[in-house]
Design a binder for this molecule. Sequence first.
Ligand code: ATP
Ligand code: MG
Length: 420
Amino acid sequence: MSTFKAPKGTYDLLPPRSATFLAVREAISTPLRNSGYGYVETPGFEDVKLFSRGVGESTDIVSKEMYTLTTKGGEELGLRPEGTASVLRAALQGNLHKLGNLPVKLWYSGSYYRYERAQAGRYRHFSQVGAEAIGAEDPALDAELIILADQAYRSLGLRNFRILLNSLGDKECRPVYREALQDFLRGLDLDEDTLRRAEINPLRVLDDKRESVQKQLVGVPLLRDYLCDACKAYHEEVRALVSAAGVVFEDDDKLVRGLDYYTRTTFEFVHDGLGSQSAVGGGGRYDGLSEMIGGPALPSVGWALGVDRTVLALEAEGVALDLPTATSVFAVAIGEEARRILFGKVTELRRAGVAADFSFGGKGLKGSMKDANRSGARLAVVAGERDLAEGVVQLKNMETGEQRAVALDDLLDAVRAELA
Ligand code: ATP
Ligand code: MG
């Protein structure tokens, strides 16, 4: 071991488990790429004000969890704690919204950083795949995103997840509700921190996980009863479209989520096998965010799914992904001349698109065959001086153990035929 360890709250992705992470990212992005979403990549850090304005000064993400730094040039930067603000910033900066093709649909995949209390399923460096549909107020777009996330999880074989759905209202009805909620919260026996939160961001109190708070919330005013007609109609349409797609969800009156910018549709994907870190993904509509960061009015909706927790959910359900083995053919050469020739053959196979590997390190037959077994390859190509003198190699089927001589010049065709 080296003197160094991965920092607290982080971990390395190593083979073979790392293959599952790649497969999860692939599975989440496939339905998006198939639905008109284009790939976007933004820097790992941004002007810290993008997040304090966009995500919200009073949120835990900004006030407690964001990694901030001052550069030698005096710039104040934040490591990105989430993707939406950056993606919207990039879309505005790149003028994607001016091309007359709204909504702009984008997807992303990357690392995010939050200074959290590290525990199982909660890390300081984690990975998300996300999607944003920018610049249209259309319940079908909200429904599309919920349906695509459901499709992604199902394609992985996940079953024990639930979709929670709520509406947070808009700038007409939310302030009225906010007042009513604050009046209610002021009458409760809450600690100072929570009372302060009730003044700044009262909806967040609904999200408080503590039993002592939750039991006082019996009879709390619910946003559902305050939604304006437009929000009510919008929400009903989202629900109807999601249901019509055969996607089952639960209405959750208390679902608020941790970011300030959400309006109307808000949803979360929870998995029942993950203990208290149960949210595998979440999202919602953020109609006001563009204006908050200095852009024009661009009503939008999006989600981010956590790759780390999705992998944990797969493990909790005992789902083994059908991962293709990396290597199809493994070459074992005995003797210097055979090494040179087989190394050339491996190069030729690779250039022809066959996944091939070679026994490195000058091992003997036994050690090399061990390598071949470990590689998971379906075929081994074995050759020593005597084979080469006859112009052949031995092609061994690793599943059946059958072995036959193949002319050196016919190797590529023989390998292709065996693998087909
Ligand atoms: P939580 O309530 O668990 O803190 P969150 O609401 O902060 O989650 P979001 O900001 O909505 O999470 O991020 C979307 C997804 O990213 C989450 O559902 C989760 O799967 C993942 N995620 C968020 N924070 C972490 C973290 N610290 N470690 C691992 N995954 C995370
Ligand atoms: Mg969080």
